[in-house]
Design a protein around this ligand. Structure first.
Ligand SMILES: Nc1ncnc2c1ncn2[C@@H]1O[C@H](COP(=O)(O)OP(=O)(O)OP(=O)(O)O)[C@@H](O)[C@H]1O
Length: 308
């Protein structure tokens, strides 16, 4: 059984008389990437702040690695790395210098951790001052700060907000590496489901302080009837490559020779690579089907309907 990193029971937060989180029951398992999706003001940041101890619940229970008593919970928080809202950076210092300040402030003894984390986020060669950084570089430096203490659980609040597609791809790759090579559990929030689609393995939808759905990416694809559409001049060869190299029979051949692959939607690169290695000439490769955002809005809509 996978170990449980975070568990909340009826977690509730009021600001004055307004409930911004209501009766949140969640269990996050080790080694998964959770996409936490909700519209602006849904309560995402508040939830992340409660986990990291930046705010306190009004009622309910919160446990990290099974510990919920105040002191032990605080101790467990040392195993978390987080970037909530914009990272606080010194504009006149370089990435390395910013990390050194953080390292000293947070009492991280291992000086090597700076070069290691800079390399992970792809900023090891940068000599620029942070004020000359692009938004994507700033976000990656923020993530590097969160990684300084080599956390087991990484929490990121809207890390791809405002980034261009290249910046999004870089962060996506970084998160996958952290998850696959270091087994890091990741919780990442966004108000746009599509942004997290290629990254997260599980989704949690929140609407006006309430969790409205928890769904795996596979189930989400099935609900949305999504698939990878493959067009090629050699359909039989492509089918063979899919079976032998991608080890799946979760596909269908359509009368017009289109192949619909229902696996690997989170890893199109792997599909493209398998076909290229089998020397198949691909004339079309794309994800098709219902849009995720529509699905999300249906869920949010359902919740609205129940509330009124
Ligand atoms: N310190 C605070 N005092 C009062 N109200 C607050 C406070 N922090 C958040 N709120 C309110 O709580 C609600 C949820 O805010 P929160 O920042 O958690 O949402 P969010 O899902 O992260 O949204 P966004 O994507 O816009 O950041 C909002 O209505 C917000 O105005």
């Amino acid at each position: 059984m996978k170990s449980v990193v975070l568990e909340t029971q009826a977690l509730t937060k009021f600001y004055r008389k307004t409930a911004v989180l209501e009766q949140v029951n969640l269990r996050l398992e080790q080694g998964k990437i959770y996409g936490f999706v909700g519209q602006n003001g849904a309560g995402k940041t508040t939830f992340l702040r409660l986990i990291t101890g930046l705010a306190f619940p009004s009622s309910g229970k919160l446990a990290l690695w099974g510990e919920s008593a105040t002191e032990k919970l605080q101790e467990q928080r040392k195993r978390i790395g987080s970037m909530i809202e914009s990272p606080a950076l010194f504009p006149n210092l370089t990435a390395w210098q910013n990390l050194e300040v953080q390292r000293i402030l947070r009492g991280v003894p291992d000086k090597e951790s700076i070069d290691r984390t800079l390399k992970l986020v792809g900023l090891e060669k940068s000599q620029k001052k942070v004020r000359n950084f692009s938004l994507g570089m700033k976000q990656r430096l923020g993530i590097a700060m969160a990684l300084l203490n080599t956390p087991e659980f990484l929490i990121l609040d809207e890390p791809v907000n405002g980034l261009d597609p290249d910046g999004i791809v870089k962060i996506r790759r970084l998160l996958k590496t952290l998850n696959q090579e270091y087994g890091m559990t990741i919780l990442i929030s966004s108000h746009i489901l599509e942004e997290l689609y290629q990254t997260a393995t599980e989704f949690i939808f929140i609407d006006r302080g309430r969790i409205v759905e928890e769904i795996s990416v596979r189930a989400l694809n099935e609900h949305c009837k999504r698939y990878i559409s493959i067009r090629t001049t050699d359909t039989q060869g492509a089918i063979l490559a899919i079976e032998e190299r991608l080890l799946t029979d979760h596909f269908r051949m359509m009368p017009d020779n289109e192949i619909r692959l229902y696996d690997y939607l989170d890893n199109m690169e792997k599909v493209a690579k398998a076909l290229a290695e089998a020397q198949i000439l691909v004339t079309g490769l794309s994800i098709t089907g219902g849009t995720l955002e529509d699905y999300f809005l249906t869920k949010v809509g359902e919740n609205r309907w129940q509330t009124f």
